[in-house]
Design a protein around this ligand. Structure first.
Ligand code: IZC
Ligand code: ZN
Length: 406
């Protein structure tokens, strides 16, 4: 097949070897990017197609590196309690994760599949081409494996690529109430070997939090999962500063997630161990908190910082990655270019992938074309969808409606 080209005078390649906005061409061959060329240094075969997006910001397909994609039900009934001042851990006692677990256990495979498929279609419409999906609303062997199987089938049957994470250690189910260690043993002995054998997940994650899993329990569990060959992630320092980031660095996690309550030592440890910080500003927003993770301080200390939706039915019921990213810019005061790196190159690092997140020869031809003309304008229409085109593995996967610009 002849290669084809995308032309733009504002290619945000996310490649440190290129200018921030390159005036040039992307050469696409099948599923991959064959070349990235400056405007004056390109050879275009006479019969090659050129899609001209001059005037449009073009970025790598966006990556959402932290979602709880597969689940049933909604926790909007928690809104009144939240408005009256109850926090996440108060709600965890009454509703929270275990409410969603109950709804997910009751759901059929088909219902879980159809709902997640609809969610992915909305994510695609925002320019997202890769999504991380955690299990963790089954907390029994059958439902955990079902949710991972749903994600695996969806990976094959819609455009977005899915990276699965086993998160059975998301909460302690009623069957193991008061016995967190017994539950972790069950996961390690009975569930993880099957997840491994069936290739249902590359990553293992644990919710290290006050009243959920302690630092000691998380250390033991993550070390055992690592010995089984899994890559590690960790929900760390979300609400209470327990030293989760320090543990993530100690055990060699690929990423530490949330980090709203991270310590200065935790930031230094992430930088030294090259653990990606995956921040979830939409969760802070939905928790009605003003405590956003210190993204700029992390960037200043040399930490790679990714941004994700944390899409889930309770603490972040949004599939809108640009909304989460807008919160990074407006509430964490992050420069638009650093925010965009959080959903491209740094998000790829959070998934231990070097074939996505950059417009670079050899990477997948996952490409997001925006109606916006530059990163600043991209963030100046909060809440409205600015996606003009999405290409996944070189194929047109989404075509957006023009946003009128006055
Ligand atoms: O369902 O509340 N933080 N897990 C840890 C979540 C948020 C998802 C949820
Ligand atoms: Zn989460």
């Amino acid at each position: 097949m002849t290669p084809w080209f995308i032309r733009s005078d504002r290619l945000f390649t996310a490649d440190p070897a290129q200018p921030v906005l390159l005036d040039g061409y992307l050469e696409i061959d099948g599923e991959t990017i064959a070349g990235v060329w400056p405007k004056d240094d390109v050879a275009i075969p006479a019969d090659a197609r050129v899609h001209d997006y001059t005037g449009h910001l073009v970025t790598p397909g966006l990556i959402d590196p932290h979602t709880h994609l597969v689940h049933a039900g909604s926790r909007h009934h928690e809104l009144g309690a939240k408005l009256s001042g109850l926090g996440y851990l108060d709600l965890h006692e009454k509703s929270g994760i275990l409410y969603t677990v109950q709804r997910t256990r009751e759901a059929t495979y088909e219902a879980l599949y159809e709902r997640a498929k609809a969610t992915l279609a909305r994510m695609l419409s925002y320019g997202v081409t890769t999504v991380e999906a955690k299990s963790g609303y089954g907390l029994d062997k059958k439902t955990e494996l079902t949710c991972l199987a749903v994600a695996k089938e969806l990976d094959l049957h819609q455009p977005i690529d899915i990276e699965s994470t086993f998160m059975g250690a998301h909460a302690i189910p009623p069957e193991f109430a008061g016995d967190a260690d017994g539950y972790l043993d069950f996961l390690l002995d009975d569930v993880l070997p099957e997840v491994k054998a069936k290739r249902l997940a590359r990553f293992v994650d644990i919710f290290c939090e006050d009243t959920i899993f302690s630092v000691e329990q998380s250390r033991r569990y993550l070390q055992a999962a690592k010995a089984m060959g899994f890559l590690l992630k960790m929900h760390a320092d979300e609400i209470v500063p327990l030293g989760g980031a320090e543990l993530a660095a100690e055990v060699g996690c690929v990423s530490a997630e949330h980090l709203m309550a991270i310590s200065d030592q935790g930031i230094a440890d992430l930088a030294a161990a090259d653990v990606v910080a995956c921040l979830l500003p939409a969760t802070t927003y939905f928790l009605m908190s003003s405590r956003y993770a210190p993204m700029q301080r992390m960037l200043d200390c040399g930490v790679k910082v990714a941004v994700a939706t944390d899409y889930n039915p309770g603490s972040s019921p949004t599939e809108n990655l640009p909304f989460a990213l807008g919160l990074a810019v407006f509430n964490m005061k992050i420069a638009p270019v650093d925010a965009l790196l959080g959903v491209t190159r740094h998000a790829a690092a959070a998934l231990a992938r070097d074939d996505i997140g950059q417009l670079k020869a050899g990477c997948l031809a996952d490409i997001h074309v925006s109606f916006a003309e530059d990163p600043d304008q991209y963030f100046y229409r909060p809440g409205s969808n600015q996606t003009k085109r999405v290409y996944k593995r070189g194929r047109l996967a989404y075509k957006g409606q023009a946003v009128p610009v006055i």
